[in-house]
Every structure is written in structure tokens, then in C-alpha cells.
Design a protein around this ligand. Structure first.
Ligand code: NAG
Ligand code: NAG
Ligand code: NAG
Ligand code: NAG
Ligand code: NAG
Ligand code: NAG
Ligand code: NAG
Ligand code: NAG
Length: 236
């Protein structure tokens, strides 16, 4: 129901569209390209062009569901997804100081086609970032980052206020607002180290070696090849 409403509302913006946070809420529709955002609003760090909002939504102090529709853009059958938290309101524009707290390991989305596709991904129990605790009443911002095939990133956020898990102000999570569409697949991400940092620093000799020493870190950076492997499954 919710999905079909959102689909209907957004049908007209398909061509420019990117990602929608359907649970627990959204700063606002940033599927916009205009003179202010000639490349598209949703590419703007950290929250896709929208400043911090005051109409916060409630989310459990123990972590909870996050659902989104990742497929509202063209040309990207696969994407990497990140869910981060930023704490508080003492940062730029009354938002968090940073969005540097990952909540889940990044994962890859395998979409059904290169064209914009509907469909929802729901992570039913996104935990708080590792080693963090919050109290009811604390404010924070959940950020979803979607890395497109060419490496650029789309951003969307929802501003939240933490509440006790049984707080009636938290929207109930159920099969209507939290489900995975059957035409999405997922993959876990691994990296394989092909070159330890500094491993090649001493292989060159003499003056050339001394010349190259300061750039050893740059060499080793190229030694890391992020790869995506295995554990690919489809939800059927
Ligand atoms: C906050 O208000 C904006 C503007 O009306 C709306 O687009 C957005 O969905 C609202 N966010 C929440 C979490 O209610
Ligand atoms: C572009 O859209 C954003 C979001 O609605 C709005 O804040 C901005 O004023 C718009 N720019 C122009 C030139 O209309
Ligand atoms: C949390 O945000 C709301 C809405 O912007 C604000 O009224 C409230 O004072 C904030 N609470 C804290 C602890 O900053
Ligand atoms: C990021 O935000 C956290 C929480 O507000 C803060 O403790 C930390 O110092 C910030 N880190 C930086 C580099 O600003
Ligand atoms: C969490 O805390 C443990 C114990 O202090 C520490 O070893 C670990 O590195 C921390 N993890 C993160 C992501 O900060
Ligand atoms: C799920 O919760 C929403 C919001 O509380 C409600 O509108 C919807 O009817 C519920 N769906 C089911 C299947 O209970
Ligand atoms: C959707 O798929 C993700 C990735 O496999 C999984 O973590 C999550 O639990 C699934 N959501 C539901 C509602 O089953
Ligand atoms: C490279 O040479 C330096 C200086 O001789 C030495 O400290 C370092 O351990 C060597 N690194 C490796 C990977 O052998």
C-alpha cells in the first residue's frame, strides 16, 4: 500500500530518480535536478542536498528497521550500499558533526535491470554503530549512501529522535513497510590484499629507492583491489 502510493507519487520523476527512504522516514524528496542542482540533488554530500529537518521521526534506542527503494535511477544495475549514523545536532547546519558511524557492513545490491526499477530493501534490525549507546530523546541522523557503478555516491538521510523500543510514537514495522522485493539480489563485499603496505618499498635499490620511499604509501594504495565474490543469493 505504502509502496504503491510512493510509486504513484514518483511516477512522474522516474527519469531523474535515485533512492527513497521508506522507513522510518525521509528528509524530503531529493529526486530533483534543477538550476541549483544541475547534476541532481541526491549527489550532494552528506544528505542529498537537504539541510537538517526538525520534523524528526522516532526510532528505537536498541536499533530498528531501515527500508528504502534504491532503484530510482538509470544505468546502474548494481550498487554498493552503506547505512551510517551521525550523532547529535552540534555540527554544520544543526545536524551531526559527521556521518562516520557505520551501522551495517556495506553490501552490494543486484538490481533487475539497467533501467529504473521499483522495489524495496528492508533491513529489519539495523543495530546502533559498534560501541555506541544512546538515550531516549537523543537526536541523530541516519544516512544511506548508494555507490553507483562509476564510483559516485547518492545520499539520502532521515533525522531521528531515539525513543524506548515500546514507544507508541515509533511506527510499527510490518510486512507493508518492511520487505525485500523478490527481484533484488544481494552480495557480500570482500577485499583481498594483493600487496601489503610497504612490501615493495625495499625492492628498488640505491638512489631510486630513496627517491621512491616517500611515495611507498601511494604504491601500496594501488596494491589493494576491492573485489566482490561469492555469497551471492537471490531472494525468491
Ligand atoms: C518532514 O517534512 C518534509 C516536508 O514536508 C517531508 O517531505 C518529509 O517527509 C517529512 N519527514 C518526516 C520524517 O516526516
Ligand atoms: C531546486 O530544488 C531545491 C529542492 O526543492 C530547492 O531548494 C531549490 O530552490 C531549487 N532551485 C531552483 C533554482 O529552483
Ligand atoms: C532534538 O530535535 C528536536 C527537533 O529538532 C528538538 O526540538 C530537540 O530539542 C532536540 N533534542 C536535543 C536533545 O537536542
Ligand atoms: C564525529 O562525531 C562524533 C559524535 O558527534 C564525535 O565524537 C567525533 O569527535 C566526530 N569526529 C570528528 C573527526 O569530528
Ligand atoms: C569497540 O570497543 C572494543 C573494546 O574497547 C575495541 O576493541 C574495538 O576496536 C571497538 N570497535 C570500534 C569499531 O570502535
Ligand atoms: C503496517 O503498519 C502501517 C503503519 O502503522 C499500517 O498503515 C499498515 O496497515 C500495517 N500493515 C499491516 C499488514 O498490518
Ligand atoms: C533483505 O535482505 C537483506 C540482505 O540479504 C537481509 O539482511 C534482510 O534481513 C532482508 N529483509 C527482510 C525483511 O527479510
Ligand atoms: C625496508 O627497509 C627499511 C630500512 O632499511 C626497514 O626498516 C624496513 O623494515 C624494510 N621493510 C621491509 C618490508 O622489508
Amino acid at each position: 500500500m505504502l509502496r504503491s502510493i510512493i510509486l504513484a507519487v514518483l511516477a512522474s520523476t522516474l527519469a531523474q530518480a535515485h533512492i527513497i527512504i521508506s522507513y522510518p522516514g525521509w528528509r524530503g524528496n531529493n529526486l530533483i535536478t534543477n538550476e541549483t542542482f544541475p547534476y541532481g540533488m541526491q549527489w550532494m554530500y552528506p544528505c542529498g542536498g537537504y539541510p537538517t529537518t526538525t520534523n524528526r521521526t522516532f526510532w528505537p534506542t536498541t536499533g530498528g528497521a531501515v527500508a528504502f527503494q534504491p532503484g530510482w535511477f538509470q544505468g546502474h544495475q548494481t550498487a554498493f550500499l552503506y547505512v551510517n549514523l551521525g550523532f547529535g545536532t552540534d555540527g554544520p547546519g544543526g545536524g551531526p558533526r559527521n556521518m562516520s558511524f557505520p551501522m551495517v557492513p556495506p553490501f552490494q545490491l543486484l538490481g533487475p535491470s539497467k533501467n529504473p526499477y521499483p522495489g524495496t530493501v528492508c533491513l529489519p534490525q539495523v543495530p546502533l554503530p559498534v560501541n555506541t549507546t544512546v538515550r531516549a530523546g537523543d537526536n541523530a541522523t541516519i544516512q544511506i549512501v548508494e555507490i553507483a557503478a562509476h564510483g559516485a555516491a547518492l545520499f539520502s538521510c532521515v533525522d531521528i529522535t531515539f525513543a524506548e523500543p515500546n514507544d507508541p510514537r515509533i511506527e510499527k514495522v510490518n510486512k507493508t513497510n518492511c520487505f525485500n522485493s523478490t527481484d533484488f539480489g544481494f552480495a557480500e563485499l570482500y577485499t583481498i590484499t594483493t600487496h601489503e603496505p610497504g612490501a615493495s618499498a625495499n625492492k628498488t635499490s640505491g638512489a631510486l629507492s630513496r627517491l621512491l620511499q616517500p611515495t611507498a604509501s601511494a604504491w601500496s594504495w594501488f596494491g589493494y583491489l576491492p573485489v566482490v565474490l561469492g555469497s551471492v543469493w537471490m531472494i525468491l
